[in-house]
Design a protein around this ligand. Structure first.
Ligand SMILES: Nc1nc2c(ncn2[C@@H]2O[C@H](COP(=O)(O)OP(=O)(O)OP(=O)(O)O)[C@@H](O)[C@H]2O)c(=O)[nH]1
Ligand SMILES: [Mg+2]
Ligand SMILES: [Zn+2]
Length: 299
Protein backbone atom coordinates (compact mmCIF):
# COMPACT_ATOMS: atom_id res chain seq x y z
CA UNK A 1 0.00 0.00 0.00
CA UNK A 2 1.16 3.55 -0.68
CA UNK A 3 1.74 6.13 1.98
CA UNK A 4 3.79 9.16 2.95
CA UNK A 5 6.84 9.33 5.19
CA UNK A 6 6.07 11.59 8.15
CA UNK A 7 9.11 10.96 10.30
CA UNK A 8 12.57 9.49 9.91
CA UNK A 9 14.79 8.46 12.77
CA UNK A 10 17.24 5.72 13.66
CA UNK A 11 16.41 3.65 10.58
CA UNK A 12 12.69 3.73 11.35
CA UNK A 13 10.34 5.32 8.83
CA UNK A 14 6.97 6.40 10.13
CA UNK A 15 4.60 6.12 7.21
CA UNK A 16 0.97 7.23 7.10
CA UNK A 17 -0.75 4.86 4.69
CA UNK A 18 -3.57 5.80 2.35
CA UNK A 19 -5.88 3.83 4.62
CA UNK A 20 -5.09 6.33 7.37
CA UNK A 21 -3.14 3.78 9.37
CA UNK A 22 0.31 4.76 10.67
CA UNK A 23 3.05 2.13 10.47
CA UNK A 24 6.71 1.98 11.34
CA UNK A 25 8.68 0.55 8.47
CA UNK A 26 12.26 -0.29 7.65
CA UNK A 27 13.90 0.02 4.25
CA UNK A 28 14.30 -2.75 1.70
CA UNK A 29 17.98 -3.69 1.20
CA UNK A 30 18.34 -1.98 -2.15
CA UNK A 31 17.03 1.30 -0.74
CA UNK A 32 19.44 0.99 2.19
CA UNK A 33 22.27 0.84 -0.30
CA UNK A 34 21.07 3.96 -2.11
CA UNK A 35 20.76 5.58 1.27
CA UNK A 36 24.44 5.02 1.91
CA UNK A 37 25.20 6.58 -1.44
CA UNK A 38 23.47 9.77 -0.30
CA UNK A 39 19.99 9.50 -1.78
CA UNK A 40 18.00 9.42 1.42
CA UNK A 41 14.34 8.64 1.93
CA UNK A 42 12.99 11.83 3.48
CA UNK A 43 9.82 13.25 4.99
CA UNK A 44 7.18 13.91 2.37
CA UNK A 45 8.34 11.00 0.23
CA UNK A 46 5.55 8.91 -1.20
CA UNK A 47 6.45 5.27 -0.75
CA UNK A 48 5.10 1.78 -1.35
CA UNK A 49 5.03 -0.31 1.80
CA UNK A 50 4.62 -4.10 1.88
CA UNK A 51 4.17 -6.49 4.78
CA UNK A 52 6.76 -9.25 4.82
CA UNK A 53 6.15 -12.91 5.78
CA UNK A 54 6.95 -12.24 9.43
CA UNK A 55 4.61 -9.27 9.56
CA UNK A 56 7.23 -6.52 9.33
CA UNK A 57 6.51 -3.39 7.30
CA UNK A 58 9.06 -2.64 4.61
CA UNK A 59 9.43 0.37 2.31
CA UNK A 60 9.80 -1.29 -1.07
CA UNK A 61 9.85 1.70 -3.37
CA UNK A 62 10.09 5.48 -3.34
CA UNK A 63 7.75 7.11 -5.86
CA UNK A 64 9.08 9.95 -8.03
CA UNK A 65 9.25 13.31 -6.24
CA UNK A 66 7.24 16.22 -7.56
CA UNK A 67 9.25 18.84 -5.72
CA UNK A 68 12.29 18.93 -3.46
CA UNK A 69 13.65 21.27 -0.84
CA UNK A 70 17.38 20.73 -0.73
CA UNK A 71 20.11 21.85 1.52
CA UNK A 72 23.66 22.08 0.49
CA UNK A 73 25.85 23.54 3.14
CA UNK A 74 27.54 26.79 2.29
CA UNK A 75 30.82 25.80 0.67
CA UNK A 76 29.91 22.13 0.95
CA UNK A 77 29.95 19.66 -1.88
CA UNK A 78 26.90 17.57 -1.14
CA UNK A 79 23.23 18.16 -1.64
CA UNK A 80 20.71 16.71 0.77
CA UNK A 81 16.99 16.63 0.17
CA UNK A 82 15.26 17.88 3.34
CA UNK A 83 11.62 17.58 2.33
CA UNK A 84 10.00 15.94 -0.69
CA UNK A 85 6.74 16.91 -2.38
CA UNK A 86 6.22 20.15 -0.47
CA UNK A 87 3.90 22.69 -2.07
CA UNK A 88 5.30 25.74 -0.31
CA UNK A 89 8.48 26.82 1.40
CA UNK A 90 7.86 29.34 4.15
CA UNK A 91 11.04 31.34 4.48
CA UNK A 92 10.75 32.45 8.09
CA UNK A 93 12.73 35.40 9.41
CA UNK A 94 12.31 37.59 12.49
CA UNK A 95 11.90 41.37 12.42
CA UNK A 96 14.67 41.33 15.03
CA UNK A 97 16.25 38.86 17.47
CA UNK A 98 17.78 37.72 15.18
CA UNK A 99 17.76 40.45 12.52
CA UNK A 100 16.82 39.25 9.03
CA UNK A 101 19.69 38.53 6.66
CA UNK A 102 18.83 39.46 3.09
CA UNK A 103 21.43 37.14 1.60
CA UNK A 104 19.94 34.17 3.43
CA UNK A 105 16.41 35.05 2.26
CA UNK A 106 17.70 35.16 -1.32
CA UNK A 107 19.42 31.80 -0.91
CA UNK A 108 16.25 30.17 0.38
CA UNK A 109 14.20 31.72 -2.43
CA UNK A 110 16.62 30.14 -4.89
CA UNK A 111 16.25 26.76 -3.15
CA UNK A 112 12.48 27.04 -3.58
CA UNK A 113 12.70 28.11 -7.23
CA UNK A 114 15.09 25.27 -8.00
CA UNK A 115 12.98 22.64 -6.30
CA UNK A 116 9.67 23.70 -7.86
CA UNK A 117 8.23 24.89 -4.55
CA UNK A 118 6.35 28.18 -4.09
CA UNK A 119 8.21 30.39 -1.62
CA UNK A 120 6.48 32.70 0.86
CA UNK A 121 8.40 35.07 3.11
CA UNK A 122 7.11 35.04 6.68
CA UNK A 123 8.25 37.91 8.86
CA UNK A 124 7.70 36.91 12.50
CA UNK A 125 8.09 38.86 15.76
CA UNK A 126 6.15 41.85 14.43
CA UNK A 127 5.46 42.67 18.10
CA UNK A 128 9.07 43.83 18.59
CA UNK A 129 10.19 47.46 18.28
CA UNK A 130 11.23 48.63 14.81
CA UNK A 131 9.42 45.75 13.14
CA UNK A 132 7.29 47.94 10.87
CA UNK A 133 10.35 49.55 9.28
CA UNK A 134 11.91 46.12 8.69
CA UNK A 135 8.67 44.88 7.14
CA UNK A 136 8.41 47.87 4.82
CA UNK A 137 11.98 47.41 3.64
CA UNK A 138 11.46 43.73 2.86
CA UNK A 139 8.12 44.35 1.17
CA UNK A 140 9.64 47.03 -1.01
CA UNK A 141 12.19 44.54 -2.35
CA UNK A 142 10.25 41.28 -2.53
CA UNK A 143 6.61 42.13 -3.27
CA UNK A 144 7.38 43.60 -6.73
CA UNK A 145 9.16 40.31 -7.54
CA UNK A 146 5.92 38.43 -6.92
CA UNK A 147 6.81 37.05 -3.51
CA UNK A 148 4.28 37.30 -0.74
CA UNK A 149 5.49 38.75 2.55
CA UNK A 150 3.40 37.82 5.59
CA UNK A 151 3.70 39.93 8.72
CA UNK A 152 3.04 37.73 11.74
CA UNK A 153 3.69 37.43 15.43
CA UNK A 154 3.51 34.06 17.14
CA UNK A 155 3.52 35.90 20.44
CA UNK A 156 0.81 38.47 19.75
CA UNK A 157 -1.20 36.19 17.45
CA UNK A 158 -0.92 38.67 14.60
CA UNK A 159 -1.41 37.45 11.02
CA UNK A 160 -2.54 33.95 12.02
CA UNK A 161 -5.41 34.07 9.56
CA UNK A 162 -3.08 34.58 6.61
CA UNK A 163 -0.57 32.11 7.99
CA UNK A 164 -3.28 29.47 8.18
CA UNK A 165 -4.07 29.87 4.48
CA UNK A 166 -0.44 28.91 3.85
CA UNK A 167 -0.31 26.04 6.32
CA UNK A 168 -3.73 24.46 6.19
CA UNK A 169 -3.58 23.07 2.68
CA UNK A 170 -1.12 20.64 1.12
CA UNK A 171 2.41 20.39 2.45
CA UNK A 172 4.31 23.43 3.68
CA UNK A 173 7.86 23.47 4.99
CA UNK A 174 9.23 26.02 7.42
CA UNK A 175 12.85 27.04 6.97
CA UNK A 176 15.00 29.82 8.31
CA UNK A 177 17.62 30.54 10.95
CA UNK A 178 17.42 29.14 14.45
CA UNK A 179 15.42 31.28 16.86
CA UNK A 180 13.15 33.09 14.39
CA UNK A 181 10.09 31.29 15.77
CA UNK A 182 9.29 28.53 13.27
CA UNK A 183 8.10 26.10 15.94
CA UNK A 184 6.39 28.93 17.84
CA UNK A 185 4.29 29.74 14.76
CA UNK A 186 2.96 26.18 14.55
CA UNK A 187 2.19 26.27 18.27
CA UNK A 188 0.44 29.63 17.87
CA UNK A 189 -1.80 28.14 15.20
CA UNK A 190 -2.48 24.83 16.95
CA UNK A 191 -1.07 24.65 20.49
CA UNK A 192 -1.84 20.93 20.89
CA UNK A 193 1.25 19.94 18.90
CA UNK A 194 3.37 21.29 21.75
CA UNK A 195 6.50 21.74 19.67
CA UNK A 196 9.56 22.55 21.70
CA UNK A 197 10.62 26.16 21.41
CA UNK A 198 13.85 27.65 22.64
CA UNK A 199 15.38 30.61 24.35
CA UNK A 200 17.66 32.91 22.43
CA UNK A 201 21.31 33.03 23.39
CA UNK A 202 21.63 36.19 25.48
CA UNK A 203 25.10 36.87 24.22
CA UNK A 204 24.49 36.56 20.50
CA UNK A 205 20.73 37.03 20.16
CA UNK A 206 20.58 33.91 18.01
CA UNK A 207 18.65 30.70 18.45
CA UNK A 208 20.04 27.53 19.97
CA UNK A 209 18.85 24.90 17.55
CA UNK A 210 15.91 23.74 19.58
CA UNK A 211 14.33 21.68 16.79
CA UNK A 212 16.78 18.91 15.91
CA UNK A 213 14.89 16.62 13.55
CA UNK A 214 12.34 17.39 10.87
CA UNK A 215 8.97 15.76 10.85
CA UNK A 216 5.67 16.29 9.13
CA UNK A 217 2.99 17.47 11.50
CA UNK A 218 -0.62 16.78 10.61
CA UNK A 219 -2.49 19.96 11.39
CA UNK A 220 -6.09 19.81 12.54
CA UNK A 221 -6.96 22.37 9.86
CA UNK A 222 -5.95 19.90 7.16
CA UNK A 223 -2.40 20.76 6.11
CA UNK A 224 0.87 19.02 6.74
CA UNK A 225 3.75 21.14 7.94
CA UNK A 226 7.43 20.28 8.09
CA UNK A 227 9.15 22.06 10.96
CA UNK A 228 12.85 21.90 10.20
CA UNK A 229 15.86 22.64 12.40
CA UNK A 230 17.09 26.19 11.89
CA UNK A 231 20.05 26.75 9.63
CA UNK A 232 21.74 29.79 8.22
CA UNK A 233 24.25 28.26 5.83
CA UNK A 234 22.55 27.63 2.54
CA UNK A 235 24.73 26.84 -0.44
CA UNK A 236 23.82 26.15 -4.04
CA UNK A 237 26.34 23.43 -4.71
CA UNK A 238 25.35 21.42 -7.75
CA UNK A 239 23.42 24.22 -9.45
CA UNK A 240 24.77 24.87 -12.94
CA UNK A 241 25.71 28.55 -13.24
CA UNK A 242 23.52 29.09 -16.28
CA UNK A 243 20.44 27.96 -14.39
CA UNK A 244 20.82 30.48 -11.63
CA UNK A 245 19.28 33.45 -13.42
CA UNK A 246 15.96 31.66 -13.83
CA UNK A 247 15.79 31.47 -10.02
CA UNK A 248 15.66 35.27 -9.82
CA UNK A 249 12.31 36.52 -11.23
CA UNK A 250 13.72 39.94 -12.12
CA UNK A 251 16.54 38.31 -14.12
CA UNK A 252 14.35 35.59 -15.57
CA UNK A 253 12.16 38.09 -17.36
CA UNK A 254 15.10 39.97 -18.91
CA UNK A 255 17.51 37.20 -19.88
CA UNK A 256 16.02 36.68 -23.35
CA UNK A 257 16.86 40.31 -24.18
CA UNK A 258 20.60 39.85 -23.56
CA UNK A 259 22.78 39.59 -26.65
CA UNK A 260 24.25 36.26 -25.60
CA UNK A 261 22.04 33.34 -24.77
CA UNK A 262 24.25 32.10 -21.96
CA UNK A 263 24.87 35.60 -20.63
CA UNK A 264 26.14 35.58 -17.04
CA UNK A 265 24.95 39.19 -16.63
CA UNK A 266 28.28 39.97 -14.99
CA UNK A 267 30.59 41.13 -17.76
CA UNK A 268 29.14 40.51 -21.23
CA UNK A 269 28.34 43.43 -23.56
CA UNK A 270 24.78 44.32 -24.44
CA UNK A 271 23.29 42.74 -21.31
CA UNK A 272 19.68 43.61 -20.51
CA UNK A 273 20.16 42.76 -16.84
CA UNK A 274 23.11 45.11 -16.42
CA UNK A 275 21.15 47.81 -18.20
CA UNK A 276 18.23 47.36 -15.81
CA UNK A 277 20.61 47.34 -12.88
CA UNK A 278 22.26 50.58 -14.03
CA UNK A 279 18.80 52.13 -14.42
CA UNK A 280 18.06 51.22 -10.80
CA UNK A 281 15.36 48.73 -11.78
CA UNK A 282 17.10 45.83 -10.02
CA UNK A 283 17.76 45.97 -6.31
CA UNK A 284 21.48 46.02 -5.52
CA UNK A 285 21.20 43.49 -2.67
CA UNK A 286 19.46 41.06 -4.99
CA UNK A 287 22.06 41.52 -7.68
CA UNK A 288 24.78 40.99 -5.09
CA UNK A 289 23.10 37.72 -4.05
CA UNK A 290 23.02 36.62 -7.67
CA UNK A 291 26.69 37.45 -8.14
CA UNK A 292 27.72 35.62 -4.96
CA UNK A 293 25.72 32.53 -5.83
CA UNK A 294 27.02 32.58 -9.38
CA UNK A 295 30.57 32.55 -8.11
CA UNK A 296 29.75 29.73 -5.70
CA UNK A 297 27.79 27.49 -8.01
CA UNK A 298 29.17 24.70 -10.15
CA UNK A 299 30.81 25.54 -13.47
N1 LIG B 1 8.85 38.56 20.70
C1 LIG B 1 8.58 37.43 20.05
N2 LIG B 1 9.26 36.32 20.33
C2 LIG B 1 8.96 35.19 19.65
C3 LIG B 1 7.95 35.16 18.66
N3 LIG B 1 7.90 33.89 18.16
C4 LIG B 1 8.85 33.18 18.79
N4 LIG B 1 9.49 33.95 19.71
C5 LIG B 1 10.57 33.52 20.62
O1 LIG B 1 11.73 33.20 19.85
C6 LIG B 1 12.45 32.12 20.47
C7 LIG B 1 12.73 31.03 19.46
O2 LIG B 1 11.51 30.41 19.04
P1 LIG B 1 11.44 28.97 18.35
O3 LIG B 1 10.04 28.78 17.95
O4 LIG B 1 12.08 27.93 19.19
O5 LIG B 1 12.38 29.23 17.08
P2 LIG B 1 12.73 28.20 15.89
O6 LIG B 1 12.79 29.03 14.66
O7 LIG B 1 11.81 27.05 15.91
O8 LIG B 1 14.23 27.78 16.29
P3 LIG B 1 15.01 26.38 15.96
O9 LIG B 1 14.11 25.25 16.32
O10 LIG B 1 16.22 26.47 16.83
O11 LIG B 1 15.34 26.44 14.51
C8 LIG B 1 11.60 31.67 21.66
O12 LIG B 1 12.13 32.28 22.83
C9 LIG B 1 10.22 32.23 21.33
O13 LIG B 1 9.47 32.49 22.51
C10 LIG B 1 7.22 36.37 18.40
O14 LIG B 1 6.31 36.45 17.56
N5 LIG B 1 7.59 37.46 19.11
MG1 LIG C 1 12.14 25.02 16.10
ZN1 LIG D 1 22.81 39.45 -19.48
Amino acid sequence: MNGMVHRVGGGVYTVVLESGETVEASLRGRLKLEQREGDQVVIGDRVRVEVTGDGAQVVEEVLPRETTITRSRFGGRTVKVLVANADRLLVVVAASQPKPRRDLIDRLLVVAELGGVVPVIVLNKMDLGGATEVAEELEQVYVPLGYEVLRVSAQAGEGMERLSTQLCEGIAALAGPSGVGKSSLVNALEPEHELRTGELSRKRGTGRHTTVTSSLIQLRCGGLVADTPGFSDVGVWGVPKEELDRCFPELRELQSECRFRECSHLHEPDCAVRRAFDDGAIDSGRFESYRTLYEESAA
